[in-house]
Design a binder for this molecule. Structure first.
Ligand SMILES: Nc1ncnc2c1ncn2[C@@H]1O[C@H](COP(=O)(O)OP(=O)(O)OP(=O)(O)O)[C@@H](O)[C@H]1O
Length: 712
């Protein structure tokens, strides 16, 4: 604890800076009132709102830290504050003047002699931690006390900013150049999401001349996650950044169709884009040898060959379908005009009918509904690229009315692709896009993201060891190969684990040889309050015991997550109800009660003070990369982890070999893929080092056999 007199001295400065901040706010508000006319006043009010927000709320501390060098001292805050004479008394964290605050370390103090980090309630200083660089210059020190104290603070349903304690390696990524496709990887809780959100604020602050907040998009894996992170940017003074979950990148349609995994997997593959393009092309008709039209009461005959030539030329053009349709309409109108009839002005049904027959008006939904409900259409669109069984997977009975059609989540990127083919680029494209949990996205989802990028400037976040689901991947190439390649690609790794305490991480890391052998585990920066609690019970007692553990944590004031496989969800809901426990359901997009019930899949990216994981064996069985899913579930805690199970608390035996279709197993790999070979070599090396049990080698050998099989 810092000395009382030092805190009091700092508080004096905080009070003075707060007064200056309030004065600035009053001046800004006054400027709006003084505007000469209504329009100017409205404009000023809008400006004033932005400026006033930029000053930070009256409830936030004026500064997060202070840095001293031999000559001077400088306060760093969320935003810049000037005194009455216009002198800067607090520099904003994203300004160049603040850089040394984040870069300074014992190894490289960057000229600083001292760095203070404040802990505050509102603008009142509770305490501060201090690093005196001169004292132990050259020494290697662990994480500073300010960071540890911040990490130990209780969690809520929303993420907090980390301005006060950004670490040097994180700062480097926050301010990495805009003109990159930057992949930030790192184990659970290494700060990928936090870094990316601060990167957005930093880029907005430092490139105001190039783009505005509405030019930035953040894509998350599900609505609960989007809600969880949504307060960070506003707390940094940046409103209006689009934050969407991946399902929102498609036309808004009725969702709810369940999809078997093999169908979903197929729908996510990039070759579906070719199928849709061919399906759309197949909708273009062939004219009659002679097209006879009644225009303005007169009959005109246009030779089919003349129309066909135009259609053939339009077919080779890669502009959107609707634009080409308009060009066909224009061409046919001119053909009629050349025959002495002027159809322009009024709408001519015969002409419209002809264009509709030859180039039907379509939406994404009609194209897909008509395609999936017709074997003939599917066969034509499939060409040689899909097998008979795959065509069968795609076939379904469409609803009688389009408005009644129920779509699956896997249809969404297909609808987006179809919309692109029909109407062209999405209306809104972004100067920078952040994609979180990118390791789980399908190629078709990645294409949706790619077409929203105006320049190829993206920040991709993820962890291959947490990659699960239908499109689980093992290399970043699997992800970036579907993204724009206009800018250089960089992969950077965050190496320190901030969330998960050492006792819990040690336990979870036992899964790594199975889950992701090539992964280098993060270095955990702190110890937690306890070893993981393991409660082996009878199946009948399981749900009740899990609820009892959760309630005990909640009674101690902790924010709790119960991570429950779908097989046991009903039991746990019943046990919660029977005990009269209030809870939030992440399935309904909620997160916020003291106790939150959540599926392992939706726990990605989230964190709690205490986590109760139910039946790990069922979690492992629930995904093709089940050990990775369990690894995700076990690494959601900032403090306590309890496992309640009837089976193994840490199932290491069963090795899951992803099922492949008969076609995939027998098909030779088209060419030796150097990336996959490198990955395999790394995998074998890691398994050797970790003495993987013999049963795990089967998967490796199978992959090796596939890669090295003679090519036919
Ligand atoms: N420099 C820091 N100062 C304070 N807290 C930090 C810092 N870096 C990370 N954290 C905290 O660590 C926790 C984990 O961060 P974050 O969620 O960004 O990790 P992640 O790498 O995205 O994790 P996951 O892979 O599980 O999604 C968060 O509570 C975050 O606020």
């Amino acid at each position: 604890m810092a000395s009382k007199s030092e805190i009091a001295k700092e508080q004096e400065f905080f009070d003075r800076a707060d007064k200056a901040r309030e004065k600035s706010r009053a001046v800004i508000a006054g400027a709006a009132a003084a505007a000469a006319h209504a329009a100017a006043a409205a404009h000023m009010r809008q400006f004033a709102k932005g400026q006033s927000k930029a000053l930070g709320s009256a409830e936030t501390a004026v500064a997060v830290g202070r840095m001293d060098d031999d000559e001077d001292q400088l306060y760093v805050g969320r935003e810049l504050i000037r005194d009455d004479d216009g002198e800067v008394i607090v520099v904003s964290w994203h300004a160049p003047a603040a850089e040394r605050f984040y870069k300074a370390s014992h190894r490289e103090p960057h000229g600083l002699t001292r760095k203070r980090t404040f802990q505050c309630t509102g603008n009142l200083i509770d305490d501060f931690t201090e690093i005196v660089f001169a004292q132990i210059a050259g020494a290697l020190a662990g994480p500073d006390a300010g960071l540890l104290r911040e990490l130990a603070r209780g969690r809520t349903g929303t993420m907090r900013d980390i301005v006060a304690t950004i670490q040097a390696a994180q700062f480097e990524l926050i301010r990495a150049p805009l003109e990159h496709l930057l992949v930030i990887e790192g184990g659970p809780g290494t700060g990928k999401t936090a870094v990316a959100l601060h990167r957005v604020a930093w880029l907005l602050f430092n490139h105001r001349d190039r783009f505005r907040n509405t030019d930035v998009l953040i894509v998350g894996p599900h609505p609960t996650f989007t809600r969880y992170i949504s307060t960070v940017l506003p707390s940094l003074g940046e409103d209006d950044v689009a934050q969407l979950d991946i399902t929102k990148l498609a036309p808004p349609l009725k969702l709810g169709r369940p999809e078997p995994p093999e169908v979903g997997r197929l729908k996510g593959q990039a070759r579906m884009a070719g199928l849709l393009a061919r399906a759309l092309n197949a909708r273009i008709g062939v004219p009659e040898p002679a097209e006879r039209l009644q225009v303005d009461g007169r009959f005109v005959t246009v030779p089919g060959t003349e129309i066909r030539d135009v259609i053939e030329t339009l077919k080779t053009d890669d502009s959107p379908y609707t634009r080409r349709r308009a060009r066909l309409r224009e061409a046919v109108t001119q053909m009629v005009e050349r025959r002495g009839v002027n159809p322009s002005g009024t709408r001519q049904p015969a002409l419209e009918n002809l264009v509709d027959r030859l180039w039907p008006q379509l939406t994404a939904a009609t194209l897909l509904r008509d395609l999936f409900s017709s074997r003939e259409r599917l066969l034509v669109a499939a060409g040689d690229e899909f097998t008979a069984s795959e065509i069968l997977y795609l076939r379904r009975r469409g609803a009688d009315r389009l408005t009644e059609e129920i779509w699956s989540r896997d249809d969404l990127p297909l609808l987006d692709e179809a919309d692109f083919l029909i109407n062209g680029q999405p209306q809104t494209r972004y100067a920078h896009i952040v994609v979180d949990e990118a390791q789980d996205l399908s190629p078709m989802q990645l294409r949706s993201i790619a077409r929203r990028s105006a320049s190829g400037s993206l920040t991709i976040l993820g962890d291959l060891a947490q990659s699960t689901g239908k499109w689980a991947c093992d290399t970043w190439d699997d992800v970036t190969s579907h993204l724009p390649a206009t800018l250089p690609r960089e992969i950077k790794t965050l190496r320190y684990g901030y969330r998960v305490p050492s006792q819990v991480y040690r336990f979870a890391a036992n899964l790594l040889p199975l889950a992701s052998p090539a992964t280098i585990p993060p270095e955990v920066v702190r110890d937690g309050p306890a070893e993981p609690g393991i409660f082996r019970v009878d199946p009948a007692e399981r749900a009740g015991r899990a609820v009892a553990q959760a309630v005990a944590h909640a009674n101690d004031g902790r924010f709790v997550g119960i991570i429950c496989p779908s097989t046991l969800r009903t039991d746990v809901e019943a046990a919660l109800a029977a005990n009269g426990v209030g809870w939030s359901s992440a399935d309904r997009g909620e997160l916020g009660n003291a106790i939150n019930l959540i599926s392992p899949q939706e726990s990605k990216g989230l964190e709690f003070d205490a986590v109760v994981v139910i039946e790990p064996e069922d979690i492992v069985a629930g995904d093709e990369r089940g050990h990775r899913l369990l690894y995700v579930a076990l690494t959601r805690t900032v403090g306590y982890l309890d496992i309640v199970c009837a089976g193994e608390p840490l199932p290491l035996r069963s090795v899951h070999i992803p099922p492949r279709t008969a076609d995939e197993v027998t098909a030779p790999v088209p060419a030796l893929d150097p990336t996959r070979l490198a990955w395999l070599a790394k995998d074998i090396g890691a398994r050797l080092r970790r003495h993987s049990p013999p049963e795990q080698w089967e998967e490796v050998l199978r992959e090796a056999a596939r890669l090295l099989a003679p090519r036919g």
